[in-house]
Ligand binder design. Sequence first.
Ligand code: ZN
Length: 171
Amino acid sequence: MATLEILTIPDPRLKRKSLDVDSFDSKLKKTINNMFETLYSTGNGIGLAAPQVGILKRIVVIDLKKDGNLSPLTFVNPKILSFSNEKSLNEEGCLSIPEYYAEVERPNEVEVEWVDESGKKFSKKMSGLLSICIQHEIDHLNGILFIDYLSKLKRKLALEKVKKIKLKAKR
Ligand code: ZN
């Protein structure tokens, strides 16, 4: 396994649309394992989409670490089938926009369809943190970042914050 580099804004790869996975081979399993290792290496991350590590494929890994235990969830080619009408505001952050947090409004519940690493199909209604997280990660597969829902001014602030963090890391 290997830890992959997480791209940060304004990397143009974060704005591209990812492609469906069509071969369920050992390469896919390796990519998923590497994505989990990368997610766990961040300490505070709960979700990672493949384009965040420069792989433009529709793969998402999530671990909400329920009750402090590892509970890895893999979503290949995830698709939202339906949204609830009720929405709420929740604070979000993103590994590609380090140390920036803001409130985003999203539907409370979503019904999601996906396949696992061997191509087996699943669907489930999700609520709470998992619902927010899967919506955030599926947005990544479509080149959408949570700051895209914010005002132009807030997007600028986020970009400046990331720039400063990168400069500090270089020193
Ligand atoms: Zn993100």
